[in-house]
Write a new protein. Structure first.
Length: 402
C-alpha cells in the first residue's frame, strides 16, 4: 500500500528576490514573480512554510523511498509517486562521498522535481503538463504524468539519447520535435488553449522554471544530513539552470532555520567550460546572464541562460562557481566506473570539478551524480558486432585488463 502524505506546511509563494512579496500558494506562478521581475530579469518564486509547526521527529523517522517521508516541508503531494528518493551515499576509495541519483525511478534526480511539479498540476486543476527537454527532465515528466493520469507533451531535440526517447514514448507522452525558436510560443499556446501547466521554463530573461519543482531537490540535502548525522563541508553539484543547486542549498538552509544545524555546506556549481552561464553571472555581479555555448557532450547542463536561484545558492553558502572541460568530466566518469558507478558525462561534473580544484576543501565532501550512463548520447551507438572467438585474442584481452 502506498504511503500517505502528511499535511503540507507550505503557506505561500514568495519572490526569491524580495521575500516580503508574497502570493497565494496556487496557482503556481510559472513565469516568475509578477511584481519583482523586471524587463531585464525574471525572478523565480520560492515556497514558504510554517516552519514552527514542523514535526519534532521529522528528521528522526525511518528512512523510506518516496518523498512522502518529507511531506510537511514540501508543497502538497497530491499526485502519487514512484518511490523516488532515498538514494545511496557511496564512499569512494579516498573518502569522497557520491550521492547517486541514478537510482531514482527514471534514473535521474529529475524524478524529485517532477513528483512535486506534477503534484502542483493536480493541485491547481491543470488538464495536463508540458515540458521542454532533451534528456532526463522529459523522461521524468512523462513518467510522473502517466502515474497521475495526466496527458503530457514533451518538446525534445532530434538528438535525444536513445534511452531517453524510449522512456518518453513508453509512458505515452506526445513527443514534438520542432525548431528550437518555436518551442516557447507553442508551449504557451498549449497552456492557453488546452489548460496544461508547464513544468519547464517559459521566461527569456533568466530561468525561473516551475516554482514548486526545486522543492523536491531539498530532499537530497535532508537525506545527506540524516545519513551523515551532520552537515558536510562541501557539496559539488552538476549545474545547468541552477535548480538542483538551489534546492540542495535550501534544504541545508532549512536545517539551520529548524535549529538542527549551525551552518550550510559550501555549494560548488559545476558547469561545462563550453557554457558557464552561472559563473559568468557571478563574475559580473548580475542576477542572471546569457552566454554562447560551445561544443560539449555534457548536453544535460550546456545551458546558455542562467537563473537567479544559482546565484543565491553560491552566494549564500560561501561557495564558488566552477567550470570543467569535457576531458575532465570523462576522467571523472571513468574514475566512478572503476568503482562501480556508471553515470552520464554531465553527472560526473561534480567529481570532475573537485578533482580539478587546487585549493583544499574541508570535508566531508559530497559530489552529486545526477543520472545514469544509459542517458548519454553515445550509449547504444557503438558497434556490437560479434568478434572472432579466438582464444589467443581473448586471453590477450584478459591479460591486458589485469
Amino acid at each position: 500500500m502506498e504511503q500517505q502524505s502528511a499535511p503540507s506546511l507550505a503557506t505561500a509563494q514568495r519572490s526569491l528576490y524580495d521575500p516580503r512579496v508574497r502570493h497565494p500558494l496556487r496557482p503556481p506562478l510559472t513565469s516568475g514573480c509578477p511584481r519583482t521581475s523586471t524587463g531585464d530579469t525574471a525572478y523565480p518564486l520560492d515556497i514558504d512554510y510554517a516552519y514552527d509547526s514542523t514535526p519534532a521527529d521529522l528528521f528522526r523517522r525511518p528512512a523510506a523511498h518516496g518523498l512522502e517521508r518529507w511531506a510537511p516541508l514540501l508543497p502538497p503531494l497530491v499526485a502519487p509517486g514512484l518511490g523516488e528518493g532515498h538514494t545511496p551515499l557511496v564512499t569512494l576509495s579516498d573518502g569522497v562521498l557520491v550521492k547517486d541519483e541514478s537510482r531514482n525511478p527514471t534514473w535521474s534526480h529529475k524524478d524529485r522535481l517532477n513528483r512535486v511539479a506534477v503534484s502542483a498540476a493536480v493541485f491547481s486543476g491543470a488538464r495536463g503538463i508540458v515540458a521542454s527537454s532533451s534528456g532526463n527532465h522529459g523522461a521524468a515528466a512523462a513518467a510522473y504524468a502517466a502515474r497521475a493520469g495526466l496527458p503530457c507533451v514533451v518538446f525534445t531535440s532530434p538528438y535525444v539519447p536513445p534511452a531517453v526517447a524510449s522512456f518518453v514514448r513508453a509512458y505515452g507522452a506526445t513527443v514534438l520535435t520542432v525548431p528550437v525558436d518555436t518551442v516557447r510560443p507553442l508551449m504557451r499556446r498549449i497552456i492557453d488553449e488546452f489548460g496544461y501547466q508547464p513544468v519547464s521554463n517559459l521566461t527569456e530573461t533568466g530561468h525561473t522554471g516551475h516554482p514548486f519543482g526545486p522543492e523536491g531537490y531539498k530532499t537530497i540535502a535532508y537525506e545527506i544530513f540524516v545519513e551523515l548525522g551532520a552537515v558536510p563541508g562541501a557539496v559539488f553539484v552538476p549545474t545547468g539552470y541552477g535548480e538542483l543547486l538551489f534546492g540542495v542549498w535550501k534544504g541545508f538552509h532549512e536545517l539551520t532555520l529548524l535549529g538542527l544545524a549551525e551552518r550550510t555546506p559550501r555549494l560548488y556549481s559545476c558547469e561545462p567550460a563550453a557554457a558557464g552561464a552561472l559563473a559568468a553571472a557571478l563574475r559580473s555581479g548580475l542576477p542572471a546572464t546569457r552566454v554562447p555555448v560551445g561544443p560539449t557532450d555534457a548536453y544535460a547542463i550546456d545551458c546558455e541562460t542562467g537563473g537567479y536561484r544559482g546565484v543565491v545558492a553560491v552566494r549564500e553558502s560561501g561557495g564558488a562557481a566552477l567550470t570543467v572541460t569535457d576531458a575532465r568530466m570523462s576522467e571523472a566518469r571513468a574514475e566512478l566506473a572503476a568503482q562501480g558507478l556508471w553515470v552520464e558525462l554531465s553527472a560526473a561534473a561534480g567529481l570532475a570539478a573537485l578533482r580539478a580544484l587546487r585549493e583544499p576543501v574541508e570535508g566531508p565532501v559530497v559530489c552529486v551524480a545526477t543520472s545514469s550512463g544509459f542517458k548519454d548520447i553515445a550509449t547504444g551507438a557503438r558497434d556490437h558486432a560479434p568478434m572472432d572467438p579466438d582464444w589467443k585474442q581473448i586471453a590477450g584481452m584478459l591479460r591486458s585488463a589485469t
